[in-house]
Design a binder for this molecule. Structure first.
Ligand SMILES: O=C(O)CCC(=O)C(=O)O
Ligand SMILES: [Fe+2]
Length: 349
C-alpha cells in the first residue's frame, strides 16, 4: 500500500466461517491495515442492519428534542461519563474552535453500588436516559441491545487482530473481560458552506484514546482520515451496514507503535445534518498494557512503560475537555474586554 487509498472495505464473515483460507486472507488484510494506518471498514459482521437503523432512528429522535429537554441530562451535572454533551463542548485540534457537534454518551448500565462506580473506574456510572424522548422504553431497549451487539463485535475484531500478531485468538480475553466501552450518538448540524472550515470543525483532527473504535455512519459523509505518507486527507465514504474500524492510542502503545492509531477528523460540508455513532472500546480498567508479543525485534526494548487502561484513558480524556474549557474562557475574557454588555448576555444565555 504505497499510494494513498481510502480504508478498504473488508468482508468480515470468514471469521465466523469454516473456510480457513478465507480466514487467513482476512487476517492478512487486517494486518496490513493495522500496519498502514490502523483504519478499515467491515461488512459481513453480525450486527443486524435492522438494529443499526433502529438505533440511528433513536439518535435522531433524541436530537430533535428542545435544548432544555436535552439539558435535563447534561453530562456536566454528574461526575461520570454519561449524558448529553452540548454543541461546542470539545476541542481536539489546537488552532481550531470548539466543535460543531452535540452528543449523547451511553455505556454499560453501572449502578451506584457497582465496584466500577465506587472506584471511579473510567468514569463509569448509570446511564442518563432522556426523560422526555418519545417511546422512552423502546429507546433504552434498542440502545442497549445495540451497545451489546457492538461490544461483541469489538471482541471479535480484537480476536482477528490477535491473529495478525501471531498469537491465539483468545489473547485479548483478559483485556475484554469486564471491559469498559462508551458509545456516543453524535449529531453534526448542517453548516453553511461558506463558513470558515478551520473554526468550524465537526470534530478536529485527533486520534482515539482507547483500544479500538467501531463507527457507524449514516449516509452523509464528512469523516476523513489522514494519509500520513502523502499528507492527504482521505474521505471515508459511508457504506450501508459497514463499520469503520480504527485502532486507538492505547493499542498503538501496546503494539510498540508497530500498529497505528491514526489521525482523523470530521468536516460536515454536505449542507445536511450528519449523524454517527462511534463505539469506543477501552478495555478492562485494571488491565496492564504492556508491549505485545511480536511487536519488537529480539533484544529491542519496549518504547513505553506498562500502564493500566484506567490511567491511559482518563488522562487523555481530561486533556481534550480541558482544552475546550480553556478556549472558552479565553474567548469570554476577550469578549468582556471588548464588549462587556454582549459578553454578559452570552454568559447568561
Ligand atoms: O463522526 C464520525 O464520523 C467520527 C467521530 C470520531 O472520530 C470520534 O468521535 O472520535
Ligand atoms: Fe475519533
Amino acid at each position: 500500500m504505497s499510494t494513498a487509498t481510502a480504508p478498504p472495505i473488508l468482508d468480515f464473515s470468514p471469521f465466523y466461517g469454516v473456510d480457513s483460507e478465507a480466514k487467513a486472507k482476512l487476517v492478512e488484510e487486517v494486518r496490513k491495515c493495522c500496519h498502514y494506518n490502523g483504519f478499515f471498514q467491515i461488512t459481513g459482521h453480525k450486527v443486524p442492519l435492522g438494529l443499526q437503523r433502529r438505533v440511528m432512528e433513536c439518535s435522531k429522535r433524541f436530537f430533535t428534542l428542545p435544548l432544555e429537554e436535552k439539558m435535563q441530562i447534561d453530562k456536566n451535572i454528574n461526575t461520570f461519563n454519561r449524558g448529553y454533551e452540548l454543541l461546542r463542548s470539545q476541542m481536539l485540534e489546537v488552532g481550531t474552535g470548539p466543535e460543531l457537534k452535540e452528543g449523547l454518551y451511553i455505556g454499560e448500565e453501572i449502578p451506584e453500588d457497582h465496584p466500577y462506580f465506587l472506584q471511579k473506574k473510567l468514569n463509569s456510572g448509570p446511564n442518563q436516559w432522556p426523560p422526555t424522548v418519545a417511546d422512552k422504553e423502546e429507546f433504552q431497549k434498542t440502545t442497549m441491545e445495540y451497545y451489546h451487539a457492538v461490544f461483541d463485535l469489538a471482541k471479535d475484531v480484537l480476536s482477528v487482530v490477535a491473529l495478525t500478531l501471531g498469537v491465539d485468538s483468545s489473547y485479548f480475553d483478559p483485556l475484554t473481560a469486564g471491559a469498559v466501552a462508551t458509545m456516543r450518538m453524535l449529531h453534526y448540524p448542517a453548516q453553511p458552506k461558506d463558513e470558515d472550515e478551520k473554526l468550524n470543525r465537526g470534530i478536529g483532527a485527533h486520534t482515539d484514546f482507547g483500544c479500538v473504535t467501531l463507527l457507524l455512519q449514516d449516509e452523509v459523509d464528512g469523516l476523513q482520515v489522514l494519509d500520513a505518507p502523502s499528507g492527504q486527507w482521505l474521505d471515508v465514504k459511508p457504506t450501508s451496514g459497514a463499520y469503520v474500524v480504527n485502532l486507538g492510542d492505547l493499542f498503538m502503545r501496546m503494539a510498540n507503535d508497530k500498529y497505528k492509531s491514526n489521525t482523523h477528523r470530521v468536516i460536515n460540508k454536505s449542507g445536511r445534518e450528519r449523524y454517527s455513532i462511534p463505539f469506543f472500546f477501552s478495555g478492562n480498567p485494571d488491565y496492564l498494557c504492556e508491549c505485545l508479543p511480536n511487536c519488537r525485534a529480539e533484544g529491542e526494548a519496549a518504547k513505553y512503560a506498562p500502564i493500566t487502561v484506567q490511567d491511559m484513558v482518563t488522562s487523555a480524556y481530561k486533556e481534550s475537555y480541558g482544552r475546550a474549557e480553556k478556549y472558552k474562557k479565553q474567548l469570554e475574557q476577550k469578549q468582556s474586554a471588548l464588549t462587556p454588555a454582549v459578553a454578559v448576555a452570552a454568559v447568561g444565555a
